[in-house]
Design a protein around this ligand. Structure first.
Ligand SMILES: Nc1nc2c(ncn2[C@@H]2O[C@H](COP(=O)(O)OP(=O)(O)OP(=O)(O)O)[C@@H](O)[C@H]2O)c(=O)[nH]1
Ligand SMILES: [Mg+2]
Length: 353
C-alpha cells in the first residue's frame, strides 16, 4: 500500500515536471524562430534621457558648401561670370555648366531663355541661384512620424542595390534615438545574410532594437514580426530595410508592393516610403526612380553621396521630373552625415561665391 502510494507520488511529480518543461519550451518557442531574442544588454526603455547633442542642422549648416564634394566645383565657371547682358560665349558657358550639373535639359533651356531675354542685372550666379531655387519649390519636406491611434509608424526604405538604404536607416536610427524615440530596425533585406549583419551593426552602434531572420526568409514575415515587437514594446518608430536586388526588376517591384502591404497592416502604418537614390549616378537615378514611383507610393526622396563625385543639380531634376520632394541628403558614410534638405541652404552652397 505504502509502496503503491510512493510510486503514485513519484509518477505525479515526474508528470508535473514534464508539464512545466513543456510550457517553458512552448513559451520560448513563441519568440525564437521568428524574432531574434532581445540581446541581454538591451534595456526595455532604450533611451531614458537622451544626452543633449547638437541637431544635425546645427552641426552641418555652416559646412554644407565644403561637404558637397564636386557639386559646387561644377558652378565655378558661372561664379566667374559678371553681370548685365550676356555674350553668346557666356551663354554657352552657362548652358554647359547647367547640363554638367545634372539639372536636366528642360531647366537648362528655360534658364537660358530667361538670360537671353532679361540678361543678368544682379549677376549670372545670382540669376542662376534664384532660378534653381524657384525650381525646387516649397514642398513639405518634413518626415511624418505619427500614425493613427494604436498603430506604429513605419518608414519603408526602397531603392536599387548600393544606393545607401541601410546606411540611411542607420543614420536615422541615430538621429531618432538621439531625439528620445524607441526605434526598431526591421531587416527586410533577406536576400543576403550580410545585409542583416550590416543593419545589426547599426543597431549596436545606435542602441536600436532589431528584428532579423535567416538569409532567404520571407521579408514580409520579418516586417510582420518587427511590427508585433514594436506594438508589444510600445516602440515609436519602425525603420524597415528592403533588398535592392532580385532576379529582375519586375520581381523586385512586386516584392516591394507585397512588403508594403504587410507593413501597412495593423498594428503597422506606413507613414513614409522613402526612395533612396545615389546622386553620383546622375540621370540614371531618375530612370530608376520612375520605376519605383509606379510601384511603391513614394512619399519622399533621400539623395545620398552628395559628398562624392555627384553634381548637385540632380536635386533640381528630381523635383522637376518626379515632383517628389527630396527630404534628406547624405553627405558621407558616418552616422551624422545626413542632413534635412533645405533648398535655400542648398542652392547657396552650390552657386554662391
Ligand atoms: N560617400 C557616401 N557614401 C555613402 C553615403 N550613403 C551610403 N554610402 C555608402 O554606400 C555604400 C552602399 O550603402 P548601403 O547602405 O549598403 O546601400 P544599400 O542601398 O543598403 O545597398 P543594398 O543593401 O546592396 O541594396 C556603403 O559603402 C555606404 O557607406 C553617402 O551619403 N556618402
Ligand atoms: Mg542594404
Amino acid at each position: 500500500m505504502t509502496l503503491a502510494l510512493i510510486i503514485l507520488g513519484v509518477v505525479l511529480a515526474l508528470g508535473l515536471i514534464a508539464v512545466l518543461i513543456q510550457t517553458r519550451r512552448r513559451r520560448r518557442r513563441q519568440f525564437v524562430p521568428v524574432v531574434a531574442p532581445p540581446r541581454a544588454a538591451m534595456p526595455e526603455i532604450l533611451v531614458e534621457e537622451p544626452e543633449a547633442r547638437p541637431t544635425l542642422e546645427d552641426a552641418d549648416e555652416p559646412g554644407l558648401a565644403s561637404r558637397l564634394g564636386s557639386s559646387r566645383g561644377v558652378f565655378d565657371r558661372v561664379r566667374a561670370l559678371g553681370a548685365g547682358e550676356l555674350s553668346d560665349e557666356q551663354l554657352d558657358v552657362v548652358e554647359e555648366v547647367l547640363l554638367r550639373s545634372d539639372v536636366g535639359v528642360a531647366t537648362t533651356q528655360a534658364l537660358l531663355e530667361s538670360l537671353r531675354t532679361n540678361g543678368a542685372p544682379d549677376g549670372v550666379a545670382a540669376t542662376v541661384r534664384s532660378a534653381l531655387r524657384r525650381e525646387l519649390g516649397d514642398a513639405d519636406r518634413s518626415l511624418r512620424d505619427s500614425a493613427d491611434e494604436g498603430r506604429v509608424p513605419v518608414w519603408l526604405f526602397v531603392g536599387v542595390n548600393g544606393v545607401g538604404k541601410t546606411t540611411t536607416i542607420g543614420k536615422l536610427a541615430q538621429r531618432e534615438i538621439g531625439a528620445g524615440k524607441r526605434v526598431i530596425l526591421a531587416a527586410g533585406d533577406t536576400f543576403r545574410a550580410a545585409a542583416a549583419d550590416q543593419l545589426s551593426l547599426w543597431a549596436e552602434r545606435t542602441g536600436a532594437d532589431i528584428v532579423r531572420a535567416a538569409e532567404g526568409a520571407d521579408p514580409g514575415s520579418v516586417i510582420h514580426d518587427a511590427l508585433g515587437r514594436a506594438a508589444a514594446r510600445s516602440s515609436d518608430l519602425v525603420l524597415a530595410d528592403t533588398a535592392g536586388r532580385r532576379v529582375t526588376s519586375t520581381n523586385l517591384l512586386d516584392e516591394l508592393a507585397k512588403i508594403r502591404r504587410v507593413a501597412d497592416r495593423e498594428p503597422g502604418q506606413v507613414v513614409e516610403t522613402l526612395l533612396v537614390l545615389d546622386a553620383t549616378t546622375g540621370q540614371n537615378a531618375l530612370s530608376q526612380a520612375q520605376e519605383f514611383l509606379a510601384a511603391a507610393n513614394v512619399t519622399g526622396i533621400v539623395l545620398t553621396k552628395l559628398d562624392g563625385t555627384a553634381r548637385g543639380g540632380i536635386v533640381v531634376a528630381i523635383q522637376h521630373e518626379l515632383g517628389i520632394p527630396v527630404k534628406l541628403v547624405g553627405v558621407g558614410e558616418g552616422a551624422d552625415d545626413l542632413i534635412p534638405f533645405d533648398p535655400d541652404a542648398f542652392v547657396d552652397a552650390l552657386v554662391e561665391a
